[in-house]
Design a protein around this ligand. Structure first.
Ligand code: CAA
Length: 260
């Protein structure tokens, strides 16, 4: 598969999607997000892949939806196309059952911040800058900015960021709980890859179910979430990976999980 706006590679069970449209600071045009969707779906279908990284270039993860493309949009067309979900990348990411890490360097603004937040977690380079500047364009976030940011950083900071449109630096984003950890910019790819490889080496049933349970926690009451988690755990007893994981522990060896 050849792509125009992204590049794709895989390293030891990790599939990596690199957004590569530097002349527009990786602005997320519809064709670009369609390519992201195709790449996610291909990695999802590949049993040789256990985790996915979405990253960008040094200066920008993505500076948002493509403003030049959006400028002429009218409300009726936006509604008819279901903008910005008219690009398959958003759907593919929301559906993906494999863990997806956003490795963010530089700007992650508007749709770029939303893309990072739609991943399972964010690793940030120390030069990363996050923000939802849509208010400055006379619009509001449209791919989860008002919904996921509040869940990550709480109401006060989500309100302040969305209402002012200001950028938040990596260390503030880490303190606020938006990112899992911050790394020096020149170590971002190595550190993200190492984290992804650790995940990709686990039981793929386990990682898919952990992702499912944690995502459920964002949607349902605690009492229902606790039952859901317990039922998933109970269902995993007797699975190939449970038997292998526990037998390997008892035999003091590394588990050899089946790849499916
Ligand atoms: N869409 C289209 N083009 C963009 C872009 C975007 N979101 N962001 C940057 N670019 C382009 C610029 O137009 C410029 O192109 P030209 O050289 O052809 O003029 C090129 O990328 C480099 O950008 P700058 O010269 O502006 O770079 P800078 O370093 O001076 O500034 C920046 C960087 C602060 C990120 C600035 O580019 C900027 O503010 N970009 C827009 C950020 C933004 O508002 N994002 C939200 C978009 S709305 C959205 O995402 C809606 C949604 O939720 C779906």
């Amino acid at each position: 598969m050849s792509y125009q706006y992204i590049s794709v590679d895989s390293i030891e069970r990790v599939g990596r999607i690199t957004i590569n449209r530097p002349q527009a600071l990786n602005a997320l045009s519809v064709p670009l997000m369609d390519e992201v969707g195709e790449a996610i779906n291909a990695f999802e279908a590949d049993e040789g892949i256990g985790a996915i990284i979405i990253t960008g270039t040094e200066k920008a993860f993505a500076a948002g939806a493509d403003i030049k493309d959006m400028a002429g949009l009218d409300g009726e067309s936006a509604l008819a196309q279901d903008f910005p979900y008219n690009a398959s990348g958003w759907h593919a990411l929301n559906r993906c059952r494999k863990p997806v890490i956003a490795a963010v360097s530089g700007f992650a603004l508007g749709g770029g911040c939303e893309l990072a937040m739609a991943c399972d977690f964010i690793i940030a380079a120390d030069n990363a800058r996050f923000g939802q500047p849509e208010v400055k364009l006379g619009i509001i976030p449209g791919a989860g900015g008002t919904q996921r940011l509040i869940r990550a950083v709480g109401k006060a900071k989500a309100m302040e960021l969305c209402l002012t449109g200001r950028m938040m630096e990596a260390d503030e984003a880490e303190r606020a709980g938006l990112v899992a950890y911050v790394t020096p910019a020149d170590e971002l790819q190595t550190r993200a890859l190492a984290t992804a490889q650790t995940i990709a080496a686990q039981s793929s049933t386990g990682t898919a179910m952990i992702k499912d349970c944690i995502n459920q926690a964002m949607e349902i009451p605690l009492s229902s979430g606790l039952v859901y988690e317990r039922r998933v755990l109970q269902a995993l007893f007797g699975s190939d990976d449970q038997r292998e994981g526990m037998t390997a522990f008892v035999e003091k060896r590394k588990p050899a999980f089946k790849r499916k």
